[in-house]
Design a protein around this ligand. Structure first.
Ligand code: FRU
Length: 532
């Protein structure tokens, strides 16, 4: 009898404890009805988002055995930045993603900040074998305790390897492999195999410059050089660099490109990624003369001029037969990333893009366009050969296509007017404008009139612009539209603008404001994307 009573009491205590645990978990990730509608409203249709919790930079991207791996800065326990983990997702096409188990957890050496991963095909590290090559990742340990105590040497570089194609990881005993030399911002290592000089190289952000290291085994690293003091845009820490050789389109020469994120300091405020073009002799990166001249004429040259493409880097180990430089960025901005009005999760990635290097009249420029894999998801196309616009004209509305999953392409012909204004809108008077302002010589995105803007003063403070630097009579435009984002590729990707928006009601039409008498759109393709 006594026994049964005790058992009953234990059972009740156990039940109460379980309820307390369940409640305390669900208070960090809300699960009420409001959240469900918030989910429906703002979860993108086809851009990657973590199922729950916080995400920022893409990390450790590599391609192996038919799978694209994407790791990402992740805090699974809340929807704001916190102790960083590496989340993980895989894809066969970079468009549809499967979220995998968390790859790296913080430990007593610190949070797991951004970094990279490579397939060590020749087992130079010795962690695997030729038969089963290890995947080697390098990341930054961020020691938050040391930071709080006022130290400056709280960031160092560490290594982990995977013997099961990136699914599980072992951190090595000898970590950190690169100790902090007394530099406060010392992070985000990006490794690559430099086949030209037969060596591994790694580049990391160190205060106001990037440091380049070399290695033969991915474990012992020698500092080779530093780049960037007094070059490009400064005034805030440099973060998340990338460095790679790339063929110049239509030519035989090869140049090296350095991507360098900075926050704040972007062309429209907050976070953005600038780039540099030059040559690398195996130790030192030297800016191309014409590019150095260009840098004097512009306030930085940027991979993307919109506010929401940050910390983007390229995939490692893309097979030579493919040969593309494939890039993905974090589609947010540190100015407001922690405040955007999503509940269960925060942030998504950009559409993956192919980067190319072109040389127009001696000027090197990075151009980018969505990867060709996206084309496979076009389920329907509305084509209009020629549209002559003399008043505000709806090009397409929700009776014909779902406005929240589109890949729109068109050519603006005969560019004579001052302004070409395109509008994504709904009956509730939410509207995003983007287009070409010839008079002020800029492209723009204006998201000031979409329902949710007040969560941050910076989000819709002003129209974002990108300079128009060449004369053209007609221009190709491509626009990727998801539920909460617009990515505009002007002039075959020579100028790109990416921005997010939060509309309480879905957009229901895509139109053009009246521009003038001679306004012509040619080759209009409204492509419906069907991505599940
Ligand atoms: C860039 C960044 C990196 C850092 C990570 C921390 O967005 O600040 O420099 O490694 O985020 O989450």
């Amino acid at each position: 009898m006594k026994n049964t009573l005790m058992k009953g009491i234990f059972k009740s205590i156990f039940f109460i404890l379980i309820m307390i645990i369940i409640n305390s978990c669900s208070s960090t990730i809300a699960t009420d009805e409001k959240t469900v509608s918030n989910e429906e409203l703002y979860r993108p249709n086809f851009h990657f988002t973590p199922k729950k919790g916080w995400m920022n930079d893409p990390n450790g991207m590599f391609f192996y055995k038919g799978l694209y791996h994407l790791y990402f800065q992740h805090y699974p326990n809340d929807n704001i930045w916190g102790p960083m983990h590496w989340g993980h997702a895989t894809s066969t096409n970079m468009i549809t993603w499967k979220e995998q188990k968390i790859a790296l957890y913080p430990d007593n050496l610190g949070y797991i900040f951004s970094g990279s991963a490579v397939v060590d095909v020749n087992n130079t590290s010795g962690f695997g074998s030729l038969k089963n090559p290890p995947i080697v990742a390098m990341f930054t340990y961020h020691d938050a305790v040391k930071e709080k105590a006022g130290a400056t040497d709280y960031q160092s570089q560490a290594i982990a390897y995977s013997l099961d194609e990136g699914m599980t990881w072992t951190k090595i005993k000898g970590n950190p492999v690169i100790k902090n030399p007394g530099i406060k911002d010392f992070r985000d290592p990006k490794m690559m195999w430099d086949a030209i000089h037969n060596q591994w190289i790694m580049i990391l952000a160190a205060d106001v410059e990037t440091k380049i290291y070399r290695s033969s085994n991915l474990i012992d690293w020698e500092l080779a050089s530093a780049f960037g003091k007094n070059l490009g845009v400064h005034g805030a820490p440099w973060e998340c660099p990338d460095f790679f050789p790339i063929k110049v389109e239509g030519a035989t020469d090869l140049k090296w490109v350095l991507l360098q994120s900075i926050n704040p300091g972007g062309p429209n405020g907050g976070s953005a990624t600038q780039y540099f073009v030059g040559d690398f002799d195996g130790k030192t990166f030297t800016l191309d003369d014409s590019f150095a001249q260009d840098l004097k004429n512009f306030e930085g040259l940027w991979v993307d001029y919109g506010k929401d493409n940050y910390a983007g880097v390229t995939w490692s180990n893309i097979p030579d037969a493919d040969g593309r430089k494939l890039f993905i960025g974090w589609m947010s901005n540190w100015e407001y990333a922690n405040k955007v009005p999503t509940k269960n999760w925060r942030s998504s990635t950009t559409i993956p893009r192919e980067l190319k290097l072109i040389n127009t009249d001696g000027h090197y420029r990075i151009v980018s366009l969505p990867v060709k894999e996206l084309d496979k998801y076009i389920s329907k196309t509305i084509k209009k050969d020629l549209l002559t616009i003399d008043k505000e004209t709806v090009i397409v509305d929700k009776s014909a296509v779902d406005i929240s999953r589109l890949d729109i392409r068109f050519t603006v012909n005969n560019l004579k007017e001052d302004k070409y204004d395109f509008i994504l809108s709904n009956k509730e008077n939410n509207a995003i404008h983007f287009g070409i302002n010839k008079k002020d010589k800029c492209f723009y995105i204006d998201r000031r009139n979409v329902s949710q803007t007040k969560f941050s003063d910076e989000f819709a403070k002003k129209i974002s612009t990108a300079p128009i630097t060449s004369d053209f009579n007609s221009i190709d435009v491509r626009v990727i539209i998801d539920k909460t984002s617009i990515e505009v590729f002007y002039d075959n990707g020579k100028t790109v603008m990416t921005e997010i928006y939060f509309s309480d009601k879905p957009m229901d039409s895509f139109s053009i404001a009246k521009a003038g008498s001679d306004f012509e759109l040619k080759n209009v393709f409204i492509n419906q994307l069907n991505i599940k």
